[in-house]
Each structure stands twice: as structure tokens, then as C-alpha cells.
Design a protein around this ligand. Structure first.
Ligand code: ADP
Ligand code: MG
Length: 578
């Protein structure tokens, strides 16, 4: 019998390994820029042609390399950043695997030009398909320039996987933005086909950099965040809940200076916005998480985009608490979001691109879910006093309350408004000992599916705390004996079904707090006055009064706006008075 197993040739092995690091031109840019950052550069220029598929050149004014190092740099596992295994657990640099340069060199034509502070003359190393073809002295400023041409020229299959110039360019643009956001002290330039597309001078002030990258409108809607506990330190800027986008493209998360994608962090962030923004919208956030390198493992994936936290629950809590206590309500101003969307469109993030870039569709396949504790609100714009300043004039469509406000016409969605009121009342009840329950005269018998029956068993105690008392009633049925009083005891069956459905859909449910918020949201929705219901004057006034009683909120717990305003200048414009 002949053997079927063969040992792969060095050449194939090298290409497989390269494939793990170099997926597309943007990966090359990421690795080269990381090297420049690690080299202490204060200025980095990324010059690309044809979306990086033709040429990528990254130039820096960092420490440069000696001739000896320049030759070693493109050898596998050659690094100046780590010496022994222990170092892997205290990594301060972006690189450490010693894989990037050799990997890139294996699948391209690479020219390295570099000079360090002690050398009089620079070194040029030219490699083709990973083989050194030429080494020579060359004039060079201090620093390093790496040019990568014809990426994947010798791996045609991979080359075929590349997308259009536009898409590859777009990914490169993203990578440069991600780095630039985290390193305001470095001057970044990006040049595509000879045209300068990004130029952000160095600055001491991280806000200047954020404004330069995210645009003025987004910047204006951000609030600074600083938080520290025994596990992590958090700093950054988070968007007010009224600034939302249809994709997660404006969420930038860094751990110890490294841009990452992480489920736990994403979830805690989105959970913090949960009752403030609509389910299919995403907030803006630039978050820098710093923690002891011992608490994370960055050596999980060759691209270093993923990390592993030693204590995920703690990280989740810390971020959730930090954002929760910082987020402040701001006026429901759709105009901000629209202006920001427009800004991104202008930058070339057109819709077609989203199809090709899953990361922009959602940062978490399971969608947005979670909860958030409403803290004090900002006093700058519409806060306390807003709802009581409105006089209801009547209703239209039995759905919207028409009000005169100090600044013009205000429309209120009666269901959304009442939902928020009930939600806050329930939550308040929960905080002060208990939710007042209404014992049902006759217990309602509800049929449950097998899965729902299981859910009921799991969460019975929790639901009881929320005012819903349920008892098994044999087979797949249960008896509901009480519901929260504010709900009025109507349509108990569908309430319980919806709650079970929500709990079931949640899968490996996260925190109890999150679950509670979701159940309260459902309760509020069930108890709230519906659209298409005629309201009496005193009911309308009562609703506005109740809205004023709770802390100011511009949205219902699902995140839909409660009110919309047309101010006098807008009215004047509509009627051509100006
Ligand atoms: P790593 O960054 O993981 O160490 P790389 O293959 O990216 O591995 O780089 C190998 C080594 O080459 C680095 O450790 C560093 O010493 C040197 N090097 C790479 N790029 C630069 C640069 N732009 N400036 C100075 N030194 C560099
Ligand atoms: Mg590197």
C-alpha cells in the first residue's frame, strides 16, 4: 500500500501561513502601519494604488532598522518585541508574532528601505515571493518605507477573492481611520491613486482627531466618558442616544490601544443603549479600554483582531455600569443622525458596500439586546419641564397628540409616551422594594409550548419579583395568579406568551438585569394605550403630566421617539415667510 499522506513543501506551508495574516490589501496596510506605530513614528503616510492591489507603500519616520535587522525582519518569527513566553502575557506593542513582514513578502514583491539613527546610509532589501533577490545600500531618511507590489501575484486563487478597487480601498480607509483614531499624536496621511483622501495632523487633543475622522456632527453629539474600577480603565466618547446609524460602522473599540472586535464588549455596549435606541440602529462610540496585559490574551488569532478576556463577566459589568451612568438623554433629533449618515455617504460608505462587508451590517449576529439604567439627564437642551410646557390641542388619527409648545408644534406618539411612563413606573417599583401586583380574581390558564414551559420553570422566581405569579397547572399549562397593577389585568394570556417568547428567544440569556429590562419593556408595551384610541382631554393632560413625573426621556423603551417637533423657523419656512 502506498501512503496517501505527504508532507507539504516549504513553499506551500509559507503560503498557507501567509494567508492567515494577509487576507486582503487592508491587512497589509494594518500590519505595516502597526509596525510604524511600534517603531515610534510621529508621521505615517499610506500611499496606495488601485485599492492596494497594485501597490501599497507605508512610510514612517520611526526608529528605522540597521542593515542586519532589515535582513532579519523579513524572516519568519523574527521580532524585536518579544523574547520569551512570559513576554507574551505583558505585550505593550501592537506586533509580537514576527509574522507580518515575512507573510506579506511571501505573497508579493516587497521593497524595504530603511535607516536607523546610527547608520550613515540606508539599506534596501528587495524580496520576491519571499525570496531575497537583492540587498544594497541606499540613500534613505531615518525611518522605514515598505512597498508591497502585486499582492497575491503568486497565489492566483486568493487574488480572485479580492473585490473591486472600491471595496478594497474602502477597507484600507477603514483600517487607517481605526489606527488614526487611537493615535492622535501621529500625523496620518492616506493617498489613493495620487489623490490625498485623508490628512490628519498630529494633535494633543484626542477630540480634535475624533472630529477629523467622524465628522463635526457626530462629534457634537458625543459625550466624554471616563471610568475606572479594579478591573479596567475606560475612556473615550459615546454618542447620545439620538445619534444612531443603521450600521455598526461608527463603533470603535480598542483594548490596550489595539482595535478589536469582541462579542462581550459589543454586547455590553449595545445593552447599555438598549432601551434608548431602536433595535435596528447602532450608536456611535470610540472606547479605549485599558487593562493589565495579564487579564487578556491577544495571541488568539494571527490578525490580532480578536482577544480573550480572562474575566468576561467583569468586563461586561464594568462597561455596562460605566456607560449606563454616563449616558444622558438628549433631544430626539433625527436631524443629527441624518447629517451623520450623509457624512459617511460622502466618504464613500455607500449602501452597496454594506452587502459586502458583514461587519457593517451588525457587529453581533444576534442583533441588539439588553438594558440600561437611566441616570440623570443633561440639562443642556430639552430636559425637565419640556413635557409640562406643552398644551395638548387634540388628537389626529386617534394616535398622535397635537400640542403647542414654546418653540412650535409638537406631536406626541401616545403609545410610545405611555409605554415609557409605565416602564419607568415599573422600574421604580422594582427599585423601591416591589412592583405592586394585582391578584387576579380568577387565575388565567395559559397553554405553553414545551420550550416555554421550561423557560417558566427557569424564571419563575424572577417573574414573581416582577409581579407575575405563575404556577404550573399540569401538562403544558400554567396558571397566572397576578400581574403588575399598572397593567390593569387585561389580556393576561398574550402578555405571558410574549414574555415567554422573549425569554425563549434570548438563548443563553446574559445578565438578570438585562432580562428584567426586557420583561418590563414587554409589560409596558402591553399596558400602554394603543394607537387608534380616542383620548379625552384629561387623559392627554394626564399623560403629559406623567411624562413630566418620570425622568426626562425622548424615547420609548424600544427606542422609538416619543415626540417630534416642528419649530417656528421651520413653520415659517414651510409657508415662505422667510
Ligand atoms: P512583529 O511586528 O510581530 O515583530 P513583523 O514581521 O511585523 O513582526 O516585523 C518584524 C520586525 O521588523 C519587528 O519586530 C521590528 O523590529 C522590525 N520592523 C518592522 N517594521 C518596522 C518599521 N516600520 N520600523 C522599524 N522596525 C520595523
Ligand atoms: Mg508587525
Amino acid at each position: 500500500m502506498s501512503s496517501k499522506i505527504r508532507i507539504l513543501s516549504e513553499d506551500v506551508i509559507a503560503k498557507i501561513a501567509a494567508g492567515e495574516v494577509v487576507e486582503r490589501p487592508a491587512s497589509v496596510v494594518k500590519e505595516l502601519v502597526e509596525n510604524s506605530i511600534d517603531a515610534g513614528a510621529t508621521s505615517i503616510v499610506v500611499d496606495i494604488r488601485a485599492g492596494g492591489m497594485e501597490t501599497i507603500r507605508v512610510m514612517d519616520d520611526g526608529c528605522g532598522m540597521s542593515r542586519e535587522d532589515a535582513l532579519l525582519a523579513t524572516e519568519r518569527y523574527a521580532t524585536s518585541k518579544v523574547q520569551n513566553e512570559e513576554d507574551l502575557y505583558s505585550i505593550q506593542t501592537l506586533g509580537f508574532r514576527g509574522e507580518a513582514l515575512p507573510s506579506i513578502a511571501t505573497v508579493s514583491r516587497m521593497r524595504l528601505l530603511t535607516r536607523d539613527g546610527t547608520s550613515q546610509v540606508g539599506t534596501e532589501v528587495y524580496r520576491e515571493g519571499g525570496v531575497t533577490a537583492r540587498v544594497s545600500d541606499a540613500g534613505s531618511p531615518m525611518g522605514t518605507s515598505v512597498e508591497v507590489r502585486n499582492l497575491f501575484y503568486n497565489t492566483p486563487v486568493r487574488r480572485r477573492f479580492l473585490k473591486s478597487v472600491g471595496t478594497e480601498y474602502f477597507h484600507i480607509h477603514r483600517v487607517v481611520e481605526q489606527m488614526a483614531l487611537a493615535k492622535p499624536a501621529i500625523h496620518f496621511r492616506l493617498i489613493h491613486d495620487g489623490r490625498e483622501v485623508l490628512n490628519v495632523p498630529k494633535t494633543e487633543d484626542p477630540r480634535v482627531r475624533i472630529e477629523a475622522i467622524l465628522g463635526r456632527e457626530a462629534y457634537k453629539a458625543l459625550v466624554p466618558l471616563e471610568f475606572r474600577d479594579e478591573t479596567i480603565s475606560l475612556r473615550g466618547y459615546i454618542g447620545r442616544p439620538t445619534l444612531t446609524l443603521s450600521t455598526a460602522k461608527s463603533i470603535f473599540i480598542y483594548v490596550n490601544g489595539r482595535f478589536i472586535r469582541d462579542r462581550v464588549v459589543n454586547r455590553s455596549l449595545l445593552d447599555a443603549y438598549r432601551t434608548l435606541i431602536p433595535r435596528d440602529r447602532y450608536p456611535v462610540a470610540v472606547l479605549f479600554i485599558d487593562l493589565s496585559p495579564h487579564r487578556i490574551d491577544v495571541n488568539v488569532h494571527p490578525t490580532k483582531r480578536e482577544i480573550r478576556f480572562r474575566d468576561q463577566d467583569k468586563i461586561y459589568r464594568s462597561i455596562h455600569v460605566a456607560l449606563g451612568s454616563r449616558l444622558k438623554a438628549a433631544p430626539a433629533d433625527e436631524r443629527i443622525s441624518r447629517a451623520v449618515e450623509a457624512y459617511w455617504q460622502e466618504k464613500g460608505v455607500h449602501n452597496g458596500m454594506r452587502e459586502e462587508c458583514p461587519e457593517y451590517r451588525a457587529i453581533d449576529g444576534e442583533g441588539v439586546a439588553g438594558s440600561f439604567v437611566f441616570p440623570e439627564f443633561s440639562r443642556d437642551t430639552r430636559t425637565g419641564g419640556f413635557y409640562s410646557s406643552l398644551s395638548p390641542m387634540g388628537q389626529i388619527g386617534a394616535t398622535y397628540i397635537v400640542c403647542q409648545g414654546p418653540q412650535g408644534l409638537v406631536l406626541i406618539d401616545q403609545h410610545a409616551a405611555h409605554e415609557r411612563v409605565l416602564f419607568e413606573k415599573l422600574r421604580r417599583g422594582l427599585k423601591n422594594t416591589t412592583i405592586v401586583r394585582q391578584v387576579l380574581l380568577f387565575p388565567h390558564v395559559v397553554e405553553l409550548s414545551h420550550a416555554e414551559g421550561h423557560i417558566m420553570d427557569t424564571y419563575r422566581d424572577e417573574l414573581e419579583r416582577l409581579g407575575v405569579e405563575i404556577e404550573p397547572f399540569g401538562g403544558n399549562t400554567c396558571a397566572v395568579k397576578s400581574v403588575p397593577q399598572v397593567l390593569g389585568g387585561e389580556d393576561v394570556e398574550s402578555l405571558v406568551e410574549d414574555i415567554m417568547g422573549e425569554l425563549a428567544s434570548e438563548g443563553r440569556a446574559s445578565q438578570e438585569e438585562t432580562r428584567t429590562e426586557r420583561v418590563l419593556t414587554i409589560m409596558a408595551c402591553h399596558g400602554a394605550i394603543r394607537a387608534n384610541r380616542v383620548l379625552k382631554d384629561e387623559e392627554m393632560r394626564g399623560l403629559l403630566h406623567d411624562l413630566e413625573e418620570i425622568e426626562f426621556a425622548p424615547t420609548c423603551p424600544h427606542g422609538r421617539p416619543i415626540f417630534s417637533e416642528i419649530d417656528y423657523p421651520q413653520l415659517d419656512k414651510m409657508f415662505k415667510r422667510r
